[in-house]
Design a protein around this ligand. Structure first.
Ligand SMILES: [Ca+2]
Ligand SMILES: [Ca+2]
Length: 537
């Protein structure tokens, strides 16, 4: 099976966000897979934590019939086995029209009587339509997505409009169009205009346009909505080619190209990495997708060793692999599959262990709620989460990138450490060296895997103060001769001689040497050194 996918160009519509924490407290169920071949995936891009104000009220009347519209068009035979989401009560299984992702209930309401279309739950299973039903659940509208139309007759060259309606969402809901066929990527929509998004009490309507100047744009599209509680839902629209080629008006071409280029120049979301070749192809992909065995960037740069190095290393198999639990080959060696195949709805291990226990992350703990720290010190905070597949722990500062550009760039690192006895348990350690005033703010821990994402509550508040040089007790300090100050628990303060770390044991960014030698010259400036040797150790 030769499958390559999900490299999406980012084309996300999100509502401007600030951090609130209360919104995360709802218990939600989300599924979503970076799936094989054709079906829509849950795109866990840029979950937005946003202002809680003006959230649409949810007093919509019942018996909305929109769900029926999406049912018949779904190309269900190709969808991956998605997992059904849990219902709170013993009612009909709710779910999806799209067959791809999963349903979610808004805010743990109970006593639902809603039914809608039945999603695909296993490989090759056809979707069936159940009676349309009440979408209002105990005062809440079920979070779901409807696309209009579901089938669109198109001609090459024309501009088409796709409408995605999200019920039960709020201002924090992000809506993303992705393309599933013939190429998996973020939908190459035309530039958005002001009035494309309409928000009413009961629904969010997003209109997007695509100019079919390239035959590869004719295909199947999925609209996925994500709210700030980790709920996700999606619906599919299929384009069918009809008639002959209609050339796009010439005067548009330059404009459109420029717009697309502008779009690609956008900075990636804090939960994304940049693809190396941002001129052609995908610009950003989920951090969770780096080094997972799939080339998600068109240039494959998400699978480069430098990204694998950011993930926990295994002794017997590659970082990009998942080891089937009970399966051995004929020589008795463990069998591994691409990590992207874990929890994608297909049995890839002979013992099916790659599809066992798949669940979105939960946060187990965070190390600090509040830290006051001096400039030039090193900040270290941790966050532990559980999930299957093993979640990736990401951090945001004031809802944006850590260290300005979000890169794991030496001054800032996001280390992932998997529990040796429990692969579903991961601790993320954020280290920010040589703290400066720009590092001040609210740090959010987020845990993401193919099943969903969650943010830690509360965030960690970091207050950066100018370091004073007054000596404190130096007893018990082990700072390798680079500081006489440490906290009562032995953490060195104000490391000198271009060193950083809890014990001033590392050289600062741009310096090289062994800071543990204990001389003022342990760390030497790297100015005259070529780039190659800069990265050689
Ligand atoms: Ca990948
Ligand atoms: Ca699998």
């Amino acid at each position: 099976m030769n499958i390559s996918y999900p490299s999406y160009e980012r084309n996300t519509t999100t509502v401007e966000a600030t951090i609130i924490t209360a919104a995360e407290s709802t218990v939600t169920t989300t599924v979503g897979t970076k799936a094989k071949a054709t079906d829509a995936t849950n795109t866990t891009t840029a979950g937005t934590k946003a202002k809680a104000t003006n959230a649409p009220d949810t007093t919509e009347t019942t018996d909305t019939t929109d769900t029926t519209e999406t049912t018949d068009t779904t190309d269900t035979t190709e969808t991956t086995g998605t997992t059904d989401t849990t219902e709170t009560t013993g009612t009909t299984d709710t779910t999806e029209t799209t067959g791809t992702t999963d349903t979610t209930e808004t805010t743990g309401t109970t006593d639902t009587t809603m039914t809608s279309t039945r999603a695909v739950t296993a490989k090759g299973e056809k979707a069936t339509t159940l009676p349309t039903a009440r979408l209002k659940v105990d005062g809440q509208i079920r979070f779901h997505v409807v696309v209009k139309p579901t089938v669109l007759q198109v001609q090459r060259g024309q501009q088409v409009e796709l409408t995605c309606i999200v019920y039960g969402g709020n201002l924090n809901t992000s809506i993303v169009w992705t393309q599933d066929k013939p190429k998996r990527r973020y939908a190459l929509t035309d530039r958005a205009s002001k009035n494309d998004k309409e928000i009413t009490a009961s629904q969010i309507t997003l209109r997007s346009r695509i100019t079919l100047d390239d035959p590869s744009k004719i295909g199947q599209y999925t609209c996925t909505a994500l709210d700030d509680a980790g709920n996700a839902h999606s619906a599919v629209l299929t384009m069918q080619k009809s008639g002959s080629y209609v050339p796009r008006p010439k005067h548009l071409s330059g404009v459109l190209r420029k717009r697309i280029t502008n779009h690609r120049n956008d900075i990636c979301q804090p939960n994304e990495i940049s693809c190396s070749n941002s001129i052609q192809g995908r610009k950003c992909v989920e951090k969770y997708w780096m080094c997972d065995g799939d080339r998600d960037c068109d240039d494959g740069s998400d699978e480069e060793q430098r990204y694998c190095d950011l993930l926990p290393q295994h002794r017997y198999y590659k970082t990009s692999e998942f080891q089937c639990v009970g399966a051995n080959d004929t020589y008795g060696n463990p069998v591994c599959v691409r990590r992207s195949l874990q929890c994608d709805g297909y049995n890839d291990c002979s013992d099916h262990s790659d599809e066992v226990g798949c669940v979105k992350p939960t946060i187990i703990s965070i190390s600090h709620r509040q830290i006051r720290i001096n400039t030039r010190d090193t900040l270290i905070i941790q966050c532990t989460a559980r999930g299957t597949p093993t979640p990736y722990i990401n951090w945001r500062l004031n809802w944006g990138h850590i260290c300005g550009d979000g890169s794991d760039n030496g001054r800032c690192t996001m280390e992932q450490s998997i529990d040796t006895h429990d692969p579903s348990l991961v601790t993320g350690t954020l280290t920010v060296r040589s703290i400066n005033a720009n590092d001040d703010g609210t740090y959010s821990c987020e845990a993401r895997n193919s099943q969903g994402f969650i943010f830690a509550i509360p965030d960690t508040l970091i207050t950066v103060t100018e370091s004073d040089n007054k000596p404190s007790s130096s007893t018990g300090c082990n700072c390798h001769g680079h500081s006489s100050y440490c906290t009562p628990d032995g953490r060195c303060q104000n490391c000198q001689h271009d060193t950083v770390g809890y014990y001033c044991e590392y050289c600062n960014t741009g310096y090289r040497g062994d800071a543990r030698l204990g001389t003022p010259h342990d760390c030497q400036l790297l100015l005259a050194v070529s780039n190659q040797s800069l990265y050689s150790d």
